[in-house]
Design a protein around this ligand. Sequence first.
Ligand code: MN
Length: 341
Amino acid sequence: MAPNKPSSAGCPTSPKPRSRKEALQRLYGLVHSKDRVLITIDPDPDSIAAAFAVKRLLWHRVHSCTVGIIRPIRRLNNLTMVRLLKLPLVLLKEKNLEEFNRFFLVDGQPAHNPFFQKISYSLVIDHHPVTALPEIPFLDIRPDYGATSTILTEYLIAAKIKPSRTLATALIYGIKTDTRNFERQSREEDVRAFHYLYDKVYQGTLRKIEISDLSLKDLTYFCEAIKNKTVVKDRIYTHLPQVPSADTLVILADFLLKVHDISWSIVSSVVDNALVVIVRNDGYRKNAGRSVQNAFGAWGSAGGHRAAARAEIPLECLETVVKTKTPLAYARFVRQRLRAS
Ligand SMILES: [Mn+2]
């Protein structure tokens, strides 16, 4: 497929709320009953939910509608979402594209991925900051919205379609993850969509999706983290000789902060030839970001927020400081540096 040319500046990207019905009519006018539609997504909860909402809007209006992902899903919560809600997704290869004649993109823009750039889209619905866009017949980009799932919930309401429990659960999870339960950028529309969907979801399924962030293998690291822990006043320190990725350390740090009377959890390990330190605290008196920066800023990247911080120090930068290069020596280095700052 030939790459699209960038369009002239100033193309309308966001219909006003009162014209939502009109936008819906334009969307319906875009498709034909013989169309084989492919909705492409970079899979995360928001994009998956938004794609299935579009599929619902097109129900009985097109010959077929497929949701295609451009990379495999790895996050365990998202795998749980797809499995429990039985959402049919197709992993895209370039040759698959020939089976379709119309292409939609939700929760993303062509500039976000080389795979998207090769495709000539009829529709883009998104909430990321507007990038240089090729000519696209239907555009609805609202960067001030917390989630694309919110935009699609508004379309469903405009279409007078009551979402199934499955779709409502997906949409509410999309809104919750992208707004981090409304702690991150969100607006009244996101809250309103959440409220509308709330009594339509499978609550038990939603909870299982939200808490499913552990693999059976991770439990081994919990054992190790607990066995290796050192408690100093209100702080828990633990160092693991090896972990598959820094994500495991984050899960462990969040877990250890649950302990009563503990205000700080510090979990460290060596990942890809770097010493990674994850810090969580109750964000009450001391600032985790500042402490981590004071403690480790001289050797590597270090920083974060009041309650959550991270340092990543290439091992070669520590050669003169941690001479023995054993797990014990790294653990001691982390404790000593944080105690001093
Ligand atoms: Mn999103």
